[in-house]
Design a binder for this molecule. Structure first.
Ligand code: UDP
Length: 330
């Protein structure tokens, strides 16, 4: 593709892996990140880093023009479900309103393709598991709603303007670049595998298990954990598709079509680390559905993408390797 790909949130966890995948595939990349939760050192030096907020239309439009941006991958946003329950307006600002501004900049500057970080949380408590893209989207927390509102904007914008999009509905993203170039560095993380590997490296004493009375085989929550490098590769494949078929847009689940319970994840961490990490069984966390697993037949049909790291122990091993690297740095 001529021109550059703009990656918003490219200094963050998933965005930094997308930057690596794009660069490895030969794309030119400009990262736009306000560095509130991201880190400048997480951006591969082959990419250009512009420090700005996606809602800053002046800065965003200048960056699009200066770098001849043809496509935007939009990762920037807030991602913690319980926080969204406590502070919904933060989510409607950072996710919904900020993306509205970014889309306007994209349309005004003639950006042709847009790839959006959506989420399985758009389904709420799904009517069936695995869940399909056409199933009802009834979010049960503001995080999911903030992303669903963005999907609605994308649909309308793509119908009115010469831009196409792919909304990827992420399931539970975990792991780290197998080459050790990036990983999850978020301070105050809340996501299960990150918390568990922090416990494995001594940063925490125990892992809380939120809810033991869900309607699942062992009573703990079931999720579809996808390796961050597989997810990053899916973005590159989605970009190729948007370029090849500029009049079509897509909404696709990004997951592996298999679920693990919280206890199964913690068993994997124990196995990989040869430790017995202490579990504290607690009540349910606000906004958590019992089970979320992707039907991934649509993404497998739409893209040449195939998972390469779809193994729970591999995900945990890569997450752990990155956590150990971070621990050495501290
Ligand atoms: N979870 C847990 N303890 C933790 C963090 C998460 O038991 O310290 C559970 C959570 O209730 C859910 C699953 O692990 O069932 C995945 O939660 P996470 O926050 O990683 O992602 P989410 O599914 O909320 O996006």
């Amino acid at each position: 593709m001529d021109g550059k790909v703009m990656v918003t949130g490219g200094a963050g966890y998933i965005g930094s892996h997308a930057v690596l995948a794009l660069l490895d595939a030969g794309h030119d990349v400009v990262v736009l990140d306000n560095l509130v939760t991201g880190f400048d050192w997480a951006v591969d030096p082959r990419a250009t880093l512009v420090r700005a907020d996606v809602a800053d239309d002046h800065a965003v439009r200048a960056a699009i023009r200066d770098h001849d941006v043809r496509a935007i991958m939009h990762f920037a946003g807030s991602v913690v479900v319980p926080e969204s329950v406590a502070d919904p307006l933060k989510y409607y600002r950072n996710n919904t309103a900020a993306t509205r501004a970014l889309l306007e900049s994209a349309v005004v500057e003639g950006v042709a393709h847009f790839i959006f970080s959506s989420t399985a949380a758009t389904y709420g408590s799904p009517v069936r598991v695995p869940v399909q893209e056409g199933d009802p989207t009834v979010p049960i927390n503001p995080y999911g709603m903030s992303k669903l509102m963005t999907e609605a904007m994308l649909r309308d914008v793509a119908a009115a303007h010469p831009i196409n999009y792919c909304a990827l509905r992420y399931f539970n993203v975990a792991g780290a670049d197998p080459q050790g170039r990036s990983g999850q560095s978020t301070v105050g993380a809340t996501h299960l595998i990150k918390i568990a590997v922090e416990a494995a490296t001594g940063k925490r004493e125990a892992v809380s298990v939120f809810g033991t009375d869900f309607d699942t085989p062992d009573g703990t929550g079931v999720r579809d954990y996808i390796h961050v490098s597989d997810l990053a590769a899916a973005h590159v494949a989605a970009l190729d598709l948007l370029i090849a078929e500029p009049t079509r847009s897509h909404t696709l689940n990004a997951g592996y079509n298999r679920g693990f319970s919280v206890n199964e994840v913690l068993d994997a961490v124990d196995r990989v680390t040869n430790l017995t990490i202490q579990r504290r069984y607690e009540g349910r966390r606000a906004g958590d559905p019992a089970a979320l697993v992707a039907d991934n037949s649509a993404i497998l049909a739409a893209l040449p993408w195939r998972p390469r790291h779809d193994d729970l122990d591999t995900i945990v091993r890569d997450a752990l390797a990155w956590e150990r690297k971070l621990a050495l740095r501290d």
